[in-house]
Structures are given as structure tokens and as C-alpha cells.
Design a protein. Structure first.
Length: 99
């Protein structure tokens, strides 16, 4: 897995250089559970917190949406996986009031 501070620094640099206001990434489950996916999620969430704490400063604030990790059966249904399920939304905002 990657260190939170390293992921966060890369995300903040990317967001600032490109003036991005929305980021979509993995949820805490990392979609597949891969350690780097989980690290990415945690690092991006940390970056959003840093950006929100610096609101009005030099850091670009952004909204964050997290892809929902699905159970194994739903992952491999192909087009059938697009049908509505009872698992709720497939994307959620981590901290909609941060910015």
C-alpha cells in the first residue's frame, strides 16, 4: 500500500494544476480490495480534508465522490450488473460540505 501523505500530495498537486473541482475514486473497500486502491481512497479523502481546511487559501477545494464496492457476485454480472439493485447508489459523496 502507499503512504496516505504521498497519495494526498499527488492528488492535491494534480487538482491544483488542473483546477479540478470534482474527483471520483474508490471507496474504503478499494472496489477490489487491492491495497493500492484502498490507499488511493484514503489518500484522496485526506487530500480533500487538507483542501477544505485551507479553504480560501492556495489549495483548490474539490468535491469527492466514492465508487461503491460491490460484492463479488454483482461485480461479474456484466451488463446485468447495470440493473437496479438494493445496494443503494453506486456513487456517494464523501464530504459534500467540505468546500
Amino acid at each position: 500500500s502507499w503512504p496516505v501523505e504521498v497519495v494526498s500530495a499527488h492528488v492535491l498537486d494534480f487538482v491544483q494544476r488542473r483546477k479540478i473541482d470534482i474527483v471520483v475514486t474508490f471507496d474504503q473497500g478499494g472496489v477490489s480490495g487491492h491495497p493500492n486502491h484502498v490507499s488511493t481512497s484514503i489518500g484522496v479523502c485526506h487530500a480533500q480534508g487538507v483542501a477544505a481546511a485551507d479553504a480560501g487559501g492556495k489549495t483548490t477545494c474539490f468535491r469527492l465522490f466514492l465508487l461503491q464496492t460491490l460484492g463479488l457476485p454483482l461485480k461479474y454480472l456484466g451488463p446485468l450488473g447495470l440493473l437496479p439493485t438494493t445496494t443503494g447508489p453506486c456513487c456517494s459523496c464523501w464530504n459534500p460540505l467540505a468546500c
